[in-house]
Design a protein around this ligand. Structure first.
Ligand code: SF4
Length: 349
């Protein structure tokens, strides 16, 4: 299979480019055919673009809209408040001046860089920026301004990983991005092979939204790859609303679990999306039905352009208390915030 190349946008996020002669897998075709223009997305949902003056239709948006067809098919037609639509539709409010406390690197990624593309924040773990590409551009993304162009390309993974050779205390590698499953299976296999030779490593973790937004990505080649590494494999998916978990997503998750992958979910508490205990309870139930343990519920990382998604801490605490009353403890995700320089995620009580 030929690799797809990617190129950085102005924001540093990557957009897929299709080389001549490239033969895509079905998930890659779906990725390439995703909605890039807000007007097209609204039209597909039976919404009149002229009635939505709050939408940012700028085709040169440095963090452009990007959303796969199968994710759009889970949105409610005719509903501008649909919780899935709200996560992906660019709004003009993203350009408003940010309130105090918001910044371009809200979780201190740049200060945690051990080497280009390698972040070391927490004891025993290191995070590798495997790619800047994503299948979807989540409007609240804490890395929407990350300088992906400075992260290593495939040819430089070797040197990035070499920096970890001397870190005998790092026993878990986290593949993040962007989204590591936006890499072709061929490139992902090459990366995992390089990781696996580090003798101190016990676990491989993938942080990915692909199983949720593009479940066709979970194909047999990927399942075989993940089932055959010597490392214990953990996948932390990212779903925020029960409507994201349809039959195809559930099947993909069950296949991952069957391949021996431990599945966890992290969500972000988002105003107008899931700031409601009943919605979060439905999400936990849907996740558990698919074999996924609810792990974290994050307060919004205060990245420039996302302030309209913030749920105040006192409201988050109320919602979380209501959630605890609705669910058994094992279905209640931990409410946390990420603080730059902290040795772990900070529990919010
Ligand atoms: S998939 Fe993850 S990295 Fe990509 S835009 Fe969404 S939150 Fe950000």
């Amino acid at each position: 299979m030929t690799d797809r190349s990617v190129s950085p946008t102005m924001s540093g996020h990557m957009i897929a480019r299709t080389p001549a002669g490239w033969q895509p897998e079905s998930w890659q075709r779906e990725l390439a055919e995703g909605y890039r223009l807000p007007a097209e997305l609204l039209a597909a949902l039976g919404l009149d673009a002229a009635m939505h003056a709050d939408v940012d239709f700028d085709p040169h948006n440095p963090f452009p809209q990007r959303v796969p067809l199968s994710y759009v098919q889970r949105m409610r037609r005719g509903d501008p408040s649909d919780p899935l639509l709200r996560q992906v539709l660019p709004l003009l409010s993203e350009r408003a001046p940010s309130p105090a406390g918001y910044g371009r690197d809200p979780v201190g990624d740049l200060d945690a860089a051990l080497a280009p593309g390698v972040l070391h924040k927490y004891q025993g773990r290191a995070l590798l920026i495997a790619t800047g590409a994503c299948a979807v551009h989540c409007r609240y993304c804490f890395r929407r301004h990350f300088p992906y162009a400075d992260a290593p390309g495939a040819s430089e993974w070797k040197s990035a990983l070499a920096t970890l050779t001397d870190h005998k205390d790092v026993y878990e590698i986290i593949l993040s991005g962007g989204d590591p499953l936006a890499l072709t299976t061929h490139r992902l296999a090459a990366l995992i092979e390089r990781i696996t030779v580090l003798p101190q490593l016990r676990r491989l973790r993938l942080h990915t939204r692909l199983p949720v937004v593009l479940p066709a990505r979970i194909d047999q080649a990927l399942l075989t790859l993940l089932a055959n590494t010597r490392l214990k494999t953990v996948m932390v998916i990212h779903a925020n609303h029960a409507n994201e978990i349809d039959t195809q997503v559930r099947s993909a998750l069950v296949e991952l679990a069957t391949a021996g992958v431990t599945l966890l979910n992290q969500s972000v508490l988002l105003q107008g999306v899931n700031d409601d205990a009943a919605a979060l309870a439905a999400l936990s139930e849907a996740l558990f039905d698919a074999g996924v343990t609810p792990y974290y519920l994050h307060l919004l990382d205060r990245v420039e352009g996302s302030a309209h998604f913030e749920v105040p801490t006192h409201e988050a605490l109320q919602i979380h208390a209501q959630l605890r009353a609705l669910l058994p403890g094992y279905l209640v995700p931990r409410l946390v915030r990420e603080e730059p320089g902290a040795p772990a995620k900070t529990p919010v009580f």
